[in-house]
Design a protein around this ligand. Sequence first.
Ligand code: ADP
Length: 267
Amino acid sequence: MTSVSTRPDSGATPGGGPGSAAGTAALRLDAVTKTYDGTRGRAAVRALDGVSVAIPPGTFTAVMGPSGSGKSTFLHCAAGLDRVTSGAAWIGDTELGSLNETRLTHLRRRRVGFVFQAFNLVPALTVRHNIALPLRLNHERVNRRWLAEILDRVGLAGKAHARPAELSGGQQQRVAIARALITRPDVIFGDEPTGALDTVTAREILTLLRSCVDETGQTVVMVTHDPVAAGHADTVLFLADGRIVDEMTAPTAERVAERMTHLGAWA
Ligand code: ADP
């Protein structure tokens, strides 16, 4: 199994760029720090404190850690939703810091997909129009056959003309995954994608994300606080105080829960 490589020494890869002996990572952070300026009397916070990691293509990574450990910041910096303070974030061979806002927006729409806890669908649009939205925003044509294939894949073939309010939570999250898949992204980022779902529905969604990795070779990176969800990943990264403090391959829910307890996550 390919494993995530955390690189505490990081920075200088011989030859530069995201390439390494193991090939180009799907995403990579090199000595990333992210500091939020103090406002209204609050002290500045270093949310990420020298994070280095290379995540191989076609793998499923879960990111865990206590509340405030930097999970959301990690996701936002890795996905180009936020700029790093120092260090570098890469998607494939693109260094995000080198892109202006227009190019960064294009990369977010084209090369990465997002699945959030709250689904974030547009209530007024039908399922098919929600799914097609990233392409429409990019002024690209929607291939009907591809859209039908995606709908079929997420198990919503009969729901193309429904509106989000007519669907269950699990079905809405399937629409969100279909919307993430429509651009054939290299990386799919999940921010607590099963956080609002019951156990059975959550398992279905995780199985669907797993299939994106196993069947179409996409890379999934998911923030979660749920050891059962993390158990679906190939690798779990554990964050504490803005640093990667541990990594687990072939995780099980039990081992993840035990590790989290040691991190004081549920104290
Ligand atoms: P997690 O997702 O693990 O709960 P976050 O990445 O949200 O952690 O937060 C990490 C740290 O950064 C916390 O101390 C949090 O309060 C702080 N933080 C996050 N976002 C901001 C922000 N926009 N402004 C100031 N501080 C922030």
